[in-house]
Design a protein around this ligand. Structure first.
Ligand SMILES: Cc1ncc(COP(=O)(O)O)c(C=O)c1O
Length: 476
């Protein structure tokens, strides 16, 4: 079936790839029976990528307006990252760091991440995905509270609309019901609280912050403060719709957490490494976490790697734990994988040396202001929002009061499909009618303008398909 290329993977034709794929792969977040039966459009087969663009098998180019899954922060084809991975693969492709073993990329990367995080963070633990890192966080909270003599403090509060991963624990933490259905989730120790969304929040940010604060405190008191161990949240809502917090939200939440000795796990899987215009989202919103989760932009997706930053409180408990339990009994074969660590070190150097945080701020500001100018006030456009190079256009039904379009219309998904026809990849967020934007941080002003134009064409075509009653959000 395949012609074996001399020095590479088997060469296949486009048709081969599609039929092999439909017959053999179980795809994440896909209607699997429709896909297996061939009742879906052909898969989008990406063969090549360079700069901010990816190319399909026919050679057509697309601006990747979502950095794959908001991870390719440094852009594609970064020679420095590729060379670092290559050199590491030649020198020593893999060794573990269990029980006293280590290697240079792991030590250097841990040191670099602590420098970036500032003096509050004391140690770094590595995994391979955002999910396993958040799973580690829950284990750390449990372990630390056992050592601290608070063995009942085990419940974790997450936010509705939060996304934290796909394992049993992290899918439970996730506050989007679509990720629970059919899996017997949510786990018994997880609770969800209100997430702040100024757009739907009634127009008064101070009142919204108070509601979030009250809801969190009510939950802690209802559950019993001696049973609540941790609170996990993204600095700004990510998969739940790219929603920045209103002013005052984080100080208010941190006040409640401190009052009841609840550890703050800050999930910076999306917001880390320049995405919101600073190396860490915590700097943008003045957040002082006990634990931080990093992945995605840590290597810009060039290799699977995640990191848990451990703050002083938990580090003290871990040290005390040695006297109680002996060795720290947690880790993975691929903890601190050398290829991932080498990729991350080079990636961070690329982000720093090319001032990609500053580029995210300036090009991001102009992208979202152009989108506002172009879209706001037009039919069904609810809000355009963004911080750095992460944001969204949210669509709603026409008229008052504010309400969603009928979900069956899948309006945002339709725009995403039509945008691809225009040579632009964006993402339909798994909540409401929200088109997400998170292009690589190397984006130029000209590329930002092209994103606006292409999205506009897709929006106009999708809008033209709707009847007046559909626009008003009336059921079909
Ligand atoms: C905020 C956040 N946390 C955790 C995860 C899970 O990361 P992974 O898919 O690498 O397991 C994601 C993935 O999108 C995420 O957006």
């Amino acid at each position: 079936m395949h012609a074996q290329a001399a020095n590479g993977p088997p060469a296949t034709t486009g048709d081969d790839v599609e039929s092999l794929d439909r017959q053999s792969l179980l795809h994440p977040f896909t209607r699997v029976s429709d896909y297996a039966a061939g009742d879906t459009p052909p898969p989008f087969v990406v063969t090549r990528a360079e700069g901010v663009s990816v190319f399909d098998q026919a050679g057509k180019g697309y601006i990747d307006g979502f950095s794959a899954l908001y991870c390719v922060n440094a852009g594609y084809g970064q020679r420095r990252i590729i060379d670092a991975m290559h050199a590491q693969a030649e020198a020593m492709p893999y060794f573990h760091i269990f029980a006293g073993a280590t290697h240079e990329p792991a030590a250097r990367l841990a040191d670099k991440l602590l420098q970036l995080a500032g003096p509050d963070m004391k140690r770094v633990f590595f995994g391979t995905s955002g999910s396993d890192a958040n799973e580690t966080q829950v284990k750390l909270v449990w372990y630390a509270n056992n050592v601290r003599g608070k063995p009942n403090k085990k419940k974790i509060i997450a936010r509705r609309r939060g996304y934290h991963g796909g394992t049993i624990v992290t899918a439970s933490l996730t506050g989007l019901p679509i990720y629970h259905q059919g899996f017997d989730l949510v786990s018994s120790f997880v609770r969800h609280t209100l997430a702040p969304d100024s757009f739907w929040g009634g127009g008064d940010d101070a009142a919204l912050v108070q509601r979030c604060m009250d809801d969190l405190e009510r939950l802690i008191l209802e559950e019993g403060p001696d049973t609540v161990g941790g609170f996990i949240a993204e600095p700004m809502i990510g998969a739940g719709g790219a929603v920045p917090p209103p002013p005052g939200y984080w100080p208010a939440i941190q006040e409640v957490l401190a009052r009841y000795d609840v550890l703050l796990i800050l999930d910076e899987v999306v917001t880390g490494f320049g995405r919101v215009g600073e190396m860490m989202g915590s700097t943008v919103w003045g957040i002082k976490p006990d634990l931080v989760t990093l992945a995605k932009g840590l290597t810009s997706g060039y290799a699977p790697l995640s990191a848990v930053l451990v703050g002083d409180k938990v580090w003290q408990a871990l040290q005390a734990g040695t006297q109680v339990h002996g060795m720290f009994g947690h880790g993975f074969t691929y903890t601190a994988h050398p290829l991932g660590a080498a990729a991350a070190l080079a990636n961070i150097a690329v982000i720093e040396d090319n001032q990609l945080c500053a580029n995210a701020r300036t090009v991001g500001a102009s992208l979202f202001s152009s989108l506002k100018q172009r879209f706001e006030g037009r039919p069904l456009v609810g809000q355009v929002r963004g911080v750095g190079l992460f944001g969204a256009v949210e669509f709603v039904a026409e008229g008052e009061p504010l309400r969603h379009l009928s979900p069956e219309l899948k309006f945002a998904a339709r725009i995403t499909t039509l945008a691809r026809g225009q040579g632009l990849l964006v993402r339909t967020m798994p909540y409401g009618d929200i088109v997400g934007l998170a292009p690589p941080l190397i984006l130029t002003h000209a590329e930002a303008d092209a994103i606006v134009d292409r999205l506009d064409c897709a929006y106009q075509a999708a809008l033209a398909e709707l009847t007046p009653s559909q626009r008003r959000g009336e059921p079909a």
